[in-house]
Design a protein around this ligand. Structure first.
Ligand SMILES: [Fe+2]
Ligand SMILES: [Fe+2]
Length: 360
C-alpha cells in the first residue's frame, strides 16, 4: 500500500507527467534495506521501497528510487564477517547543505554532517551488553547498524565540542562556559563507547570509529551573530529535542543495557542543552542587535520548517526495536513537538524578551 505523504504524492504525479527527471535530481547512489527472511530473501516493490527510503537521512536526502531492488550479499563492518542478504535499490541522493539531523550536537563541515567511518576493530566499546538471545539475525543486523550510526555521531560530537571550545576562546568566553564545554566533550566520548558496546553485541563483531577526515583545517567561526544562530540551532534546539527523545526511548526500552544508556544520554543531553542556553545568553549579551536578529531568524525558521527527525530506525518489528531502545516514530514526533512547543519556544521567547528589555 502506498503511503499518502507529500513526498510520495509529488513523486507519483511528476512521474505520471513524465517530469520526474526534472526534479528528482542528485547523484547516483544505492540504498539497501534489511530483508525479513534471510533464508528466503525477497525485495519490496519500487513503490514500497520509495515509501521507506525517500526523504532526509542523516546528512543527505534520498530524492528518488530509480529502479528495481536486487538481493545482494552485503558486508557489514560490525557484523560477523560473512555478508548478509540485503535488498539494494539504485537511488538519487543529494548531500544536505542545511544540517537537520538531530542526534545530540552534530559535527559539521561546511554545513554537512561529518562522521568517521565504522572500522572492524576493538578499542572503543565499553559498557553493558544487551541481551540478544531472542533476536533474529535480521533484527540484530538492524539494531547493530542503528547503534553504530548513533555511536559514530556521538564520536563526532567530541569534535563538535572541540571546535566550540576554540570558537568560545576566540570570542573571549568566560571560564565556566569553557569548562562546561570540555566536560560535555568527555560525556560524548562516554556516549560513543556505550553505543559501540551495544552495536558490537548486536552485530557480534568488533566495531570502533575509523579516521575522522578533517582536511587541512577546521573552520572556526568568530562572528558572534553566526555563533549565536548555530548555538541556538544545534544546542538549544538539537540537544533539547534529543534529550526528550532519549528519555522517551529509555522509558519504552526493556533491555537493561539500552535503557541505562538512554537514561544517561537523556540527562547528559539535557545538561548540554542547558549549557547551550547559557552560551546563547552570553553571545546575545556580547553580540548586540546583530546576534539578536540572527536568533530571531532562526526562531522563524524553526516555526516555518520544524525539526526533521532522521534517526528513526526501520526494517524490523517496531516493538522489538523499541524494547532495544529505538524509539517508535509516533513517540518520536510527539517528543519533538513537545520539546519545541513546551520547552524551546517558551525559553527563547523569554530570553529574547529579556535581552530586548535590557537593551532598551
Ligand atoms: Fe550532547
Ligand atoms: Fe551525546
Amino acid at each position: 500500500m502506498t503511503l499518502i505523504e507529500p513526498a510520495s504524492l509529488r513523486r507519483r504525479y511528476l512521474l505520471a507527467l513524465a517530469l520526474g527527471p526534472l526534479v528528482a535530481c542528485g547523484t547516483a547512489a544505492t540504498e539497501c534495506l534489511s530483508v525479513e527472511d534471510t533464508a528466503d530473501p525477497s525485495c519490496p516493490t519500487e513503490a514500497e521501497a520509495s515509501d521507506l527510503l525517500l526523504g532526509a537521512k542523516c546528512g543527505y536526502t534520498v530524492n528518488a528510487v530509480t529502479g528495481a531492488g536486487t538481493i545482494e550479499m552485503v558486508d557489514i563492518p560490525w557484523d560477523t564477517g560473512d555478508a548478509i542478504p540485503q535488498c539494494c535499490f539504485p537511488t538519487l541522493e543529494v548531500e544536505d547543505t542545511i544540517p537537520s539531523c538531530v542526534v545530540g550536537r552534530p559535527f559539521l563541515d561546511q554545513g554537512v554532517i561529518k562522521t568517521a567511518p565504522a572500522a572492524a576493530r576493538t578499542g572503543w566499546a565499553r559498557g553493558r551488553r544487551p541481551d540478544v538471545r531472542r533476536l533474529t539475525r535480521a533484527e540484530r543486523a538492524v539494531l547493530a547498524r542503528a547503534w553504530t550510526e548513533d555511536a559514530l555521531i556521538e564520536h563526532a560530537s567530541v569534535a563538535a565540542f572541540a571546535r566550540t571550545t576554540l570558537e568560545l576562546m576566540a570570542v573571549g568566553a568566560p571560564a565556566d562556559l569553557l569548562a562546561a564545554v570540555q566536560a560535555a566533550a568527555a560525556d560524548e566520548v562516554r556516549h560513543a563507547r556505550l553505543s559501540f558496546a551495544l552495536a558490537e553485541r548486536y552485530g557480534a563483531a568488533a566495531v570502533s570509529p575509523g579516521r575522522l577526515q578533517l582536511g587541512a583545517s577546521v573552520a572556526i567561526e568568530t562572528d558572534l551573530a553566526r555563533l549565536a544562530a548555530t548555538t541556538f540551532r544545534e544546542g538549544c534546539v538539537g540537544e533539547t529535542v534529543v534529550s526528550l527523545l532519549s528519555a522517551r526511548a529509555a522509558a519504552a526500552a526493556t533491555d537493561p543495557a539500552a535503557k541505562a544508556l538512554l537514561t544517561l544520554v537523556a540527562h547528559d543531553e539535557a545538561r548540554h542543552a542547558e549549557l547551550a542556553w547559557r552560551t546563547l545568553s552570553w553571545l546575545l549579551q556580547e553580540g548586540g542587535a546583530d546576534a539578536l536578529a540572527a536568533v530571531e531568524a532562526e526562531v522563524l525558521g524553526l516555526l516555518a520548517n520544524g525539526v526533521r527527525l532522521t534517526q528513526i530506525t526501520t526494517g524490523a518489528d517496531d516493538r522489538v526495536l523499541a524494547a532495544h531502545g529505538r524509539i517508535r516514530p509516533a513517540a518520536a514526533m510527539m517528543a519533538r513537538d513537545q520539546a519545541i512547543a513546551e520547552v524551546i519556544l517558551p525559553c527563547v521567547r523569554a530570553l529574547l524578551g529579556h535581552v530586548s528589555a535590557r537593551a532598551a
